[in-house]
Design a protein around this ligand. Structure first.
Ligand SMILES: [Zn+2]
Length: 388
């Protein structure tokens, strides 16, 4: 058996949802099915065109970024808090990242990890969810049973001009109504293939419980909690036993990545301000001012404008929340699992829901973010000392 699905399978699945509409009289259900079909259209046509519209000028990009900052004010606020918390660790994070690159170029052999077959990967993922939680495992198994037609492993980070190009290391696409998941994971060496698959199944589990959560655009910033938490627990509990070096690297990766993205969003804000003061013109005055006041080069300005709050926000903010959960998990596993399941089982993760968790002190927001990040940094530094 091979792990495989194509766009045609999604198209066929979509037709099945269309047939449900044809035989349905309940207007609420019809509206939901229509939303499912819309999301497929978005995925197949709009997203691709969106992500690859290279003809957009920087003047247009700054206007778009301004709209995003207004529409996603809460994201900006949380991402700012994330950045401020991690700021004292900036030098450590950069140093570790450079050390990693340096070691990798000197000793590439130490970074050439074992290749896991698809079968091995899925069996490790299954083993993880069996230990993770009994109740979620039952839901996991329903998706797992369809794995040959619902999961595929393909190269993701490839040519941006290739129409099948995906910028992420995986994605999960879900069709409510017929309850079909389509999971794609980057084909890569090492246990990251396993942890990425654990991540995508985290999405699939929540979508199975609440199909509408796959399409909700509201409070999208909490949408990665369901996936990043099991991924982190996998690396901590099982990945580290297979290979502590790889698991330390995989835990450190998002820290560097999200710190950089959050910094770019902050720079984006500065570009918007300078542009605004310059009467909405992105010209030499703006670049000069940013260079003087914020030490930003032109390429920094371009990188900042090419970053999207909408895309980066959910990962950064969810990661901050997940590290709180993870901190709790190490102290009180039952309570952390109880909270995680509460999140996964809540149909709509509203601001009020999060506020309540924070207020009841069940999940203090970003309180242990720095501590957990320091631990992740220390683990990696320790691995470097041991191995090189
Ligand atoms: Zn995800």
């Amino acid at each position: 058996m091979r792990y495989h699905w194509t766009q045609k399978d999604i198209f066929n699945a979509c037709n099945k949802v269309q047939r449900l509409i044809d035989h349905e009289t309940d207007p609420e259900k019809i509206a939901f099915y229509a939303q499912v079909i819309d999301s497929v259209n978005d995925y197949m046509f709009v997203t691709y065109a969106d992500a690859h519209s290279r003809n957009t000028t920087y003047q247009e990009k700054v206007i778009e970024a301004t709209e995003c900052h207004l529409g996603y004010a809460r994201y900006v606020q949380y991402m700012g808090a994330f950045l401020d918390e991690l700021h004292p660790l900036y030098d450590d994070i950069v140093f570790l990242d450079e050390t990693r690159l340096d070691l990798k170029s000197k000793r590439p052999d130490k970074f050439k990890f074992k290749r896991y077959t698809h079968e091995e990967t899925l069996s490790l993922v299954k083993g993880f969810y069996a230990d993770f939680d009994k109740e979620l495992y039952d839901i996991f198994m329903k998706i797992y049973d369809e794995r040959y037609k619902s999961v595929k492993f393909v190269k993701h980070y490839t040519d941006p001009d290739d129409p099948t190009f995906q910028e992420s290391s995986g994605y999960c696409f879900y069709l409510g109504g017929i309850n079909r998941a389509f999971i794609s994971v980057d084909e890569q060496r090492g246990i990251a293939k396993v942890s990425d698959t654990v991540h995508e199944f985290g999405h699939a589990i929540r979508y199975s419980i609440h199909p509408s959560s796959a399409y909700s655009k509201e409070n999208y910033y909490m949408s990665e909690i369901e996936s990043v938490f099991p991924e982190l627990v996998y690396l901590y509990e099982q990945g580290s036993k297979i290979d502590s070096f790889q698991s330390s690297l995989a835990m450190f990766d998002p820290i560097v990545h999200y710190y950089e993205k959050a910094s770019l969003i902050r720079m984006q804000q500065m570009v918007i301000n300078a542009w605004y003061d310059n009467r909405y013109r992105l010209d030499k005055n703006v670049y000069d001012r940013l260079r003087e006041e914020a030490k930003m080069s032109r390429s920094d300005v371009y990188r900042a404008l090419n970053t999207s709050i909408k895309v980066a926000g959910p990962y950064i903010i969810s990661m901050g929340i997940v590290l709180e959960l993870f901190n709790l998990y190490k102290r009180d596993k039952d309570k952390a699992m109880y909270l995680y399941k509460k999140i996964v089982k809540t149909p709509s993760l509203s601001d009020e829901f999060l506020k309540l968790l924070v207020l009841e002190n069940e999940l203090p927001l970003f309180e242990h973010l720095r501590e957990e990040t320091m631990q992740i940094n220390a683990n990696l530094a320790n691995e470097f000392n041991m191995r090189f």
